[in-house]
Design a protein around this ligand. Structure first.
Ligand SMILES: [Zn+2]
Length: 322
């Protein structure tokens, strides 16, 4: 690439429904964002073609310096994905595929929640912290660890798959992963609703939740905020379970902050305070505790992180050249 030409970096976040794109300047300004429908048929061939076409259409080729792509499943550092359940795809490498279509461009890939963690650390509420743990509370529980500004991939792509830490040997139902007693089964939106239903069956106490049809996590959180005792103790149980897992991360990598994202985090300060309160007593070896804070980039965290990863690859390459 010639000097003096403004460079663009594209962050891509592949989800089960949409593929989101963001075009960023080298200063990290989000200049444009767009999305296309996810079509993972024909073993993903259509999707890769559509993604490549969409990048070509939206970003001028002579300015494109890097592409980062987040995938909803375990991703190795070289880009290899063994299985992506959400997309129904096996044994593929988005880095290799996109490099074929963009031979002059740096391409990097990571798990989508790891990308979100990097995004929050770069431009979101984790800004200014070098070491951070991100927990996404949505339909499932995901996460990512950033150490010294970099995604921790791990050996098998498991790093940050925090939701599948198994704490409860007495769990009788299976998690989506096939395991039992996962944090995911208690602290995800699905888990909160499931646990509330269990409480309603086992606890004879009054609760506004008894009148709610198709109970979901938001119903539980809203009722808890209004002082419903059963809802409050349900939520506290779920967040305590989560906090135990967060504390386990602290005893391994000791992040400065934990950033809470995902749909459940829209419950706001009430929930963040509750998690902090549950977390603190588990940290027994230090008076100073990591701060629990709310994510700020929402659904854009993934594209921010993906663009940042593409930039980091370039910085590293340039570091090696000089
Ligand atoms: Zn699991």
């Amino acid at each position: 690439m010639e000097d003096g030409i403004l460079k663009h970096y594209v962050g891509i976040d592949v989800g089960g429904t949409n593929v989101k794109f963001g075009m960023f300047s080298s200063e990290g300004e989000l200049e444009k964002k767009w999305a296309i429908k996810t079509d993972s048929g024909d073993e993903g061939r259509r999707m890769w073609r559509q993604i490549s076409d969409s990048v070509r259409k939206n970003v001028s080729a002579n300015r494109l310096a890097g592409i980062g792509i987040g995938i909803p499943g375990p991703v190795l550092e070289n880009g290899f994905v063994e299985v992506c359940v959400n997309l129904g795809l096996h044994n593929f490498n988005p880095v290799a595929i996109l490099r074929e279509n963009f031979p002059a461009v740096r391409v990097s890939a990571a798990n989508d929640a790891n990308m979100a963690a990097l995004g929050e650390q770069w431009k979101g509420s984790g800004r200014g912290f070098k070491t951070l743990g991100m927990i996404t509370l949505g339909t499932g529980v995901g996460g990512g660890i950033i150490l010294d500004g970099k995604i921790v991939y791990g050996a098998n792509g498991l790093s940050g798959e925090f939701g599948h830490i198994q704490f409860n040997p007495d769990e009788t139902e299976n998690c989506t992963c096939g395991g039992r007693g996962c944090i995911n089964q208690i602290a995800s939106a699905t888990g909160i609703a499931r646990y509330a239903k269990k409480m309603l069956r086992n606890d004879p106490g009054n609760s506004a939740l008894r009148a709610v049809k198709n109970l979901n996590a938001k119903d539980v959180i809203d009722a808890a905020k209004r002082g419903d005792v059963l809802a409050e103790s349900t939520l506290r149980f779920c967040m305590d379970y989560l906090a135990k897992g967060i504390a386990a991360i602290s005893y391994v990598v000791d992040p400065e902050v934990f950033v809470i994202g995902g749909g459940v985090s829209n419950a706001g300060d009430y929930l963040i305070r509750m998690i902090q309160k549950c977390y603190d007593p588990y940290i027994t070896l230090s008076k100073k505790k990591a701060k629990v804070i709310k994510a700020s980039l929402g659904n854009d965290a993934g594209i921010f992180g993906a663009a940042r990863l593409a930039m980091q690859e370039e910085e590293e390459d340039e570091g090696r050249e000089h």
